[in-house]
Design a protein around this ligand. Sequence first.
Ligand SMILES: NC(=O)c1ccc[n+]([C@@H]2O[C@H](COP(=O)([O-])OP(=O)(O)OC[C@H]3O[C@@H](n4cnc5c(N)ncnc54)[C@H](O)[C@@H]3O)[C@@H](O)[C@H]2O)c1
Length: 467
Amino acid sequence: MSVQETQDLIEKIMERLYEDKEFITEETGEARKRFFQSGTEILTTTDKIIKSYIRVSRDNREIERIPAYRIQHNNIAGFYKGGIRFSEVVNEEEVENLAILMTLKNALHELPYGGAKGGVAIHPNHYSNRELNLIAKKYVQRFAPDIGPTHDIPAPDMGTNEQIMDWMIGEFKTINPGENYLGAFTGKSVVNGGAKGRREATGRGVYQSYKWLLHNWAKNTSKDAVAEGLHRKQWETLRSLLAKNEQGEAIDVAVQGFGNVGGVAAEMAYKSTDLKHRITAVSDHQVTLRGKEGLDIEALLHYQEKHGELPSTEQKLENAGVKAELLDRDAIITEEVDVLILVAVEDQIVDENKEKVSAKVFVEGANAPISTKADRYLHDQGRVVIPDVLANAGGVMVSYIEWKQDRVTYLYTEDEVLEDMLNHMSRSCEKVFDSYFKEGLSGIRNTCYVHALKKLFTLLYRHGKLF
Ligand SMILES: NC(=O)c1ccc[n+]([C@@H]2O[C@H](COP(=O)([O-])OP(=O)(O)OC[C@H]3O[C@@H](n4cnc5c(N)ncnc54)[C@H](O)[C@@H]3O)[C@@H](O)[C@H]2O)c1
């Protein structure tokens, strides 16, 4: 999804909210029109885009200039919040879009944060630890005036981890002596004030959003309780998956991306006792592995932990003790499965390949892996897309817990953290799926945007920001 697509969707939903006379009943006529125009302008405009270059001296003594970004979209709901991504394809447009999605995600899940995102255009595997440490510290030096526990709070994202956050907080502390530094970054190591269970949180949340829809909702909701039309088709889609389990068959699942989030989501589906799954394909940046009888996910996780990637040759598969067919990286998109969990990068299902996918349920663990047009196409076919803003918020939910514990210097237990996150995710799912299926709103993503934009617009209105 591009920035333009996201902004267009925001505009469309704001028009809908303007027409909804039960929303902000105090304002009518010209004043109402003006307020909604003004709210739409604010929410489709990014507050601040900061681009810089990080100069790094490589181990071979060459000097490299690397583009780096911090983009703050909106903070009406609270301090800016969003991850920092290390990826060679990072660019301004991508980071801005991700910052907008963070504003929407935090509002949807009622977290007291606005939206931001950061990025550094490197492939982390091509840099030594010394070089990564330098890049992390220089990033903080460049962006320090715009970061802080009560201003903008970064976290890990693709290509970054708790080690990078620890280096960043170390530098932040050096630059800002005497300040409350711990809450300036989340996703740190536990010894450094991080929340227990943070690494698993996003993957577990991704799986929870899917499990909640199938196991808690579809299982217990009759067709009559669903709005007529497409939504009933989608109810049938979900019931067809449950029917497989009832007949003793497994639900076939493919997981694109086998990193922090994808690995955990795959493991949750693999080990689930509430629903019976067979993981028939997984992929990473090099390869798709197919195992029609079900892949040994535990062995693959073990291999991934040791080598940082999936086995991509016959010899490596043998070393991993895994039986699988080796396919092209992108083959996973068109695998014949019931559920496709997308946890790699943006723009994986787009206009060009949307007709070739065969899954019935899609879970967006990554941000924006399905384009607006493809989403509409899948929706019109009665298939179900659980969108990024809903599905992948487990990480930021736990970041909120981490930020709170860093303010009072109290360490929540892992059970407390994960229980809090899973309950939070279930509440969000209930809110979204109830209004989507019962009120017949058009698309689950649109439903999420309606909830998020109602909250953001109400805050702008109550703060007196609209004229
Ligand atoms: N980590 C979080 O807490 C978090 C939170 C919200 C959203 N996300 C999103 O989830 C996605 C994955 O994040 P992560 O933290 O697991 O990252 P990661 O770097 O740990 O893993 C990314 C995985 O995707 C694979 N990959 C990269 N390019 C690919 C491609 N073109 N095709 C197939 N696989 C590819 C990598 O090999 C790796 O297995 C990202 O889009 C990220 O923005 C992450």
